[in-house]
Design a protein around this ligand. Sequence first.
Ligand code: GDP
Length: 295
Amino acid sequence: MFDNLSDKLDKAFHILKGHGKITEVNVAETLKEVRRALLDADVNFKIAKDFTTKVKDKAIGQNVLTTLQPGQLLVKLVKDELTELMGGDVSGINLSGNPTVILMSGLQGSGKTTFSGKLANYLKTKKNKKPLLVACDIYRPAAIKQLHVVGESLGIDVYSEPDNTNPVIIAQNAISFAKHQGLNVVIIDTAGRLAVDEAMMTEISNVHQAIKPHETLFVVDSMTGQDAVNTAKAFNDILNFDGVVLTKLDGDTRGGAAISIKTVVNKPIKFVGTGEKMDAIDVFYPERMAERILG
Ligand code: GDP
């Protein structure tokens, strides 16, 4: 995960090693390399620039050059700033409703259906909940079938109305169904398109307004870098979602999306997907992620 970024940051900090006495020039050079590493990881230019400015200000504020181990202190400052950039504290998921309604949003192929299954399984096995999965994609019968296959494999109920073309009604009926069946979490998988378009935005916005979910999650493929960030902005403008799910973190992702998304939409990353299997889901811990990035 983020191997390239980790390697480059490691090399950046090498500048500080092998110097008897570290100078302001060495620190500036290191931070320049850190910035280059972030840009190579597809982090937005302004975010990368602000990042190094903040670290530099802190380094000056803490008199980094006069400390015993200036290199280590600088690594710590970078780690703290990375943690902050990715969200600071861990953000939980609001499970206060009965049933709790969770709406999934995102583009087709982002991993929404897979993640809906993973989340249902996580809530069932780790949080002792009784989830219902809802197929609200009215355009692709294959998507409905996919959710049924996922649900069956997990022993989790799936609600669908293949002949209904109104996703608002399907979602509302599903919530009533859950209440009748004593199921306490409803996870609604919605239709996605290959790119942001007005019809999709209107449709999901209608569902959102009608059911007023407790949690709206935006699912995005971490491999898509800056595009992921732009898509997040478009969805957030319409839905004001509660959190982000970053999928495919197991792939050869450069890390830009993980690092930039929080700053751009000011919403936390709540979960990550780390594989195709149903147990490949992790709660997102900004600090742990920063530690992993720095190796
Ligand atoms: P949807 O169109 O948004 O519902 O996307 P899908 O859930 O159908 O996922 C699209 C593809 O990405 C499928 O082949 C999934 O198996 C795969 N996928 C989803 N999440 C992950 C993940 O975290 N890691 C990897 N490697 N593949 C994933």
